[in-house]
Design a protein. Structure first.
Length: 362
């Protein structure tokens, strides 16, 4: 539908804060709402704006173009004090540069380290919607998958097959979007921290004509060390944190940052090449072999395990204890801060859950 806006009416959009909007028009009718309900305004040219507020800094804004042939009398509504409860079926034009007939939508959602209690409120509400289709990463925990009320598919991303699995994910998403479904791409941790989130946004935007909504998750880079009782910074021990991945593009090994005594390095997706990583840190990045290392496996889940050692023995310890992904590796002196015993020594091997509990003396 072609919309002609005359110079008698103007629309001014002003930003307030980070995501709060105010809308003004030449002539509007306003729906009476409670403070927590959506508010709606309609100007004389058929542009309706609906704003839903959730909390102080969170607003959703929706534009509607009203069909001129509608029987709704805007002037009559205005004379009644704006009591406009009529529902409209027309929708705004969709962003669709690829020309596809997609009518669905997509959300990139971070699931955190694995504990359902560490999901964001937004994530919990979304997974509770029975109408969505969830396409989840392989390493999303069973505890979180159990919260999904609708249909879900799991991407079988395993070493050596990641690219093929990623293409399958895109095909699933494209098919569902063309069917008008709401697709939720459920990713472990945070979508934008070594999760290909940016790549997927570009794929959905440029090739499928859909602009995704991105909901952050609690990244394992910081939450996993915390759940293993390891502070990534500590005065006098570490004043900087570096996040690294164990795998670069096409399975390559990324460059390693050189050793600094007051530095913590957190590796994600690296447990599968731990032996190679340890040797490279020692031989290529000048790390002392006695540099403390900890591995937190399945952080936040009932089956969480924490393994401690140093660069000289952590790979053999991990193999002996059959440490698997998802695991977060922490390298640096911070490993010793809270996990050492009364004698100041840290015994290498698995730490029992009891050893990670802090007792508060009255």
């Amino acid at each position: 539908m072609r919309i002609l806006l005359s110079s008698l009416s103007c629309l001014i959009i002003s930003l307030k804060g980070c995501s709060s909007f105010s809308f003004f028009s030449h002539h509007t009718t306003t729906t009476k709402q409670s403070p927590l309900s959506p508010s709606s305004t309609t100007d004389v040219f058929g542009l309706r704006t609906t704003t839903t507020t959730r909390g102080r800094y969170h607003q959703h804004v929706l534009f509607d173009f009203i069909d001129p042939s509608s029987s709704v009398n805007l002037e009559e509504n205005s004379s009644r004090g704006g009591d406009n409860s009529t529902e409209y079926n027309s929708q705004p034009p969709e962003f669709n540069p690829s020309g596809s007939s997609s009518k669905g939508k997509i959300t990139l959602l971070g699931s955190g380290p694995g504990d359902p209690d560490l999901l964001t409120v937004a994530a919990y509400h979304l997974l509770s919607d029975p109408s969505i289709l969830v396409i989840a990463d392989r390493l999303v925990s069973p505890e979180i998958l159990s919260l999904i009320k609708g249909e879900y598919k799991i991407a079988r991303k395993v070493p050596g097959c990641a690219e093929k699995a990623q293409e399958e994910i895109y095909e699933w998403c494209k098919e569902a979007l063309q069917q008008g479904k709401h697709v939720v791409r459920l990713k472990i941790g945070d979508p934008f921290v070594f999760g290909r989130g940016g790549e997927e946004v570009l794929k959905f935007r440029n090739e499928m004509g859909v602009e995704p909504v991105v909901i952050p998750g609690v990244s394992a880079a910081f939450s996993a060390p915390l759940l293993g009782m390891i502070p990534v910074t500590h005065r006098g021990v570490s004043n900087q944190v570096v996040m690294c991945t164990g795998y670069g593009r096409n399975g390559t090994c990324p460059d390693l940052i050189r050793y600094h005594e007051e530095q913590t390095v957190v590796f994600l997706m690296a447990v599968g090449r731990l032996e190679e990583l340890s040797q490279n840190l020692i031989n290529m990045a000048n790390y002392p072999p006695e540099t403390p290392v900890a591995i937190i496996e399945k952080a936040g889940c009932p089956s969480q395990r924490t393994l401690v050692g140093d660069l000289s023995d952590v790979a053999s310890l991990a193999k002996e204890c059959e440490i698997k992904a998802p695991s977060t590796i922490v390298v640096g002196g911070v490993v010793n801060v809270l996990l050492t015993g009364d004698d100041g020594q840290l015994e290498h091997g698995l730490i029992t859950p009891q050893a990670q509990q802090i007792e508060v003396n009255e």
